[in-house]
Design a protein around this ligand. Sequence first.
Ligand SMILES: [Zn+2]
Length: 245
Amino acid sequence: MSGGIQYYYSTVAPRPRSGKVTTSAREVTQIGIAYAVLTFDLVLIFAGGTFLSGAPATGLFQGFTVGWAALAATAAFTGFVAHELAHKIVAERRGYWAEFRMWPSGLLLSLLMSFIGFLWGAPGATMVGGMPETNRADWGRTSVAGPLTNVAFGLAFLGAGLAAFRLASSLALPLLYLGWINGWFGTFNLIPVGPLDGRKVVRWSVGLWAAAIVFTGAVTVVSLLAVFSFETFGTPFHYFALAGR
Ligand SMILES: [Zn+2]
């Protein structure tokens, strides 16, 4: 992971674009594969928790339900696919070439780690061609778009989860989970190290980077507290009610 900034550059010769968003069969195939693997990873993590914990003869998918699979697919779509598309759209609107490319070794690592319950390994990245490394503003805007997409989804899911709870809907907990996952993906990607988005955002503007990570971090913490509170006390508002005393 040396030279994190450079890894975004594509070896594909960048073709001049006129701000149009385009794609290719190669990009659609690769983001489709990465999406499928990430969804499968999340199914393993959500449903396979008993795999290595010594539960008797439960089998890997003992906890598998269509509900968990739908949750995994929604989390991977909003947390990962929409995040990558946001990088792509911002870069292409500014006249650059940008396409997603998967990293087979990162996907394989994520699969192996999922068997022991961790989401780890990079599925790939949106490659940008033709953007000068000295253009900090364009790199910053392109990079911050991904985490901001996560925080938008995170807030929407958090709000929907709280509303679902008020309406006594069984969707409340899955929606709160989706808020938490999106918040976490956004916050993690804003860490300003290595190839992560945060490094390119902080290089552009420390103030905007700080505002973005505080905002995504807040969505993550509030969603996580709501999930814990729901699972422990049967209401997502327990901690907030305590804090209001
Ligand atoms: Zn990103």
